[in-house]
Design a protein around this ligand. Structure first.
Ligand SMILES: C[S@@+](CC[C@H](N)C(=O)[O-])C[C@H]1O[C@@H](n2cnc3c(N)ncnc32)[C@H](O)[C@@H]1O
Length: 318
């Protein structure tokens, strides 16, 4: 797990019961900002991710003492940031005892040493991948989520094929498999564009994405925005896209936000397409898109025509 140091989440920890009225640990996971912003109770950064550890920590029996604190916090950080695919940074609040701070430095050193081999391995992998991509003139994909949908998409997007000025937004591009499909099947006119939003947490992913877009010949019709949809979508102009493809985070809360913000930027008559409506039905509801998509469909009933409801869902905005 690595990531741009400036976008790493912060795990901020303070002494038990210090600032939470329930008397439980003061723990918060937030996207990187100043420690002050992360610790500010009303910070939008924090409230976006919430207080997941509070529920998980539970009441008295899991109250930590400060010596136990560090490894447990790291485990929590790993759990609550695993979907972010980057390493959290542990910050201890001012109130933490000096002993805890000493532990923290030792912990950092230990961590540095134990993760060194993995980081070296990763660097070598990236070097190998770069060489491989440079030598290749064809597409390079490690996964294909698109082929099963090609016929359906052709039919859904028929009216937009080759049209001048068509604007597509893609949330979650990964290695560019779906981007390439849009570029070769819909966004083919020189004035048409696809905008891709993805945090590209893994360096290899971005290298592969750029390679595939270049191979497709569509680089000049592609705008890439590195970031999460939550950070980017609200900055885009209202009613500016003909098609929005939602295929980013799978968490219900994120998909709900994607649906709501995408609806605002979708033109009337435009198509909102969700992937993964049927993703892993055995997983908890909050960890998959279905609940959010159902809520969206229910809430906006009467404002769309349902075009598709299968493993994917598509609606046309009235
Ligand atoms: C299933 S993959 C997308 C696959 C791609 N559309 C394709 O068909 O090849 C999901 C992608 O969403 C990205 N992602 C995860 N959370 C995101 C978020 N909050 N905002 C935007 N993208 C996100 C991940 O980095 C990953 O690349």
């Amino acid at each position: 797990m690595t990531g741009d140091p400036d976008s790493r989440p912060i795990l901020l920890a303070g002494p038990p019961g210090k600032s939470d009225p329930s008397g439980r640990e003061h723990i918060v996971v937030a996207t990187r900002a100043t420690p002050a912003a992360a610790s500010n109770r009303s910070s939008p950064l924090r409230s976006r991710i919430g207080w997941p550890p509070l529920d998980a920590v539970g009441p008295d029996e899991t109250r930590l003492d400060q010596q136990e604190c560090i490894p447990v916090l790291w485990n929590m950080a790993a759990i609550f940031t695993q979907d972010l695919h980057c390493e959290p940074q542990l910050l201890l609040s001012e109130d933490c005892a000096p002993r805890t701070r000493r532990l923290s430095s030792m912990h950092r050193l230990l961590r540095f040493l134990t993760t060194l081999p993995a980081r070296v391995r990763k660097r070598l992998q990236i070097r190998r991948l770069t060489r491989r991509l440079t030598a290749s003139t064809g597409f390079y994909f490690t996964a294909d989520y698109v082929s099963p949908w090609e016929d359906t998409w052709e039919h859904l997007m028929e009216a937009y094929k080759g049209h001048p000025g068509v604007q597509i937004l893609e949330i979650g591009s990964y290695e560019g498999r779906s981007t390439v499909w849009f570029l070769t099947n819909v966004v083919t006119h020189p004035t048409a564009r696809i905008t891709c939003i993805d945090p590209f947490w893994h360096m290899g992913q971005r290298l592969i994405f750029d390679h595939n877009i270049a191979v497709s010949g569509g680089s000049n019709r592609t705008s890439t925005i590195v970031g999460t949809s939550a950070d980017v979508l609200h900055t885009l102009p209202e009613q500016s896209f003909d098609i929005v493809y939602v295929d980013g985070s799978h968490r219900a809360a994120d998909v709900l936000l994607d649906a709501l913000t995408s609806w605002r930027i979708l033109k009337r008559g435009g198509i909102l397409l969700f992937d993964d409506y049927g993703w892993h039905p055995e997983k908890p509801l909050s960890t998959r898109p279905r609940l959010a998509i159902d809520l969206f469909l229910e809430t906006f009933g009467g404002e769309y025509d349902l075009l598709l409801k299968d493993y994917q869902v598509a609606v046309r905005k009235r």
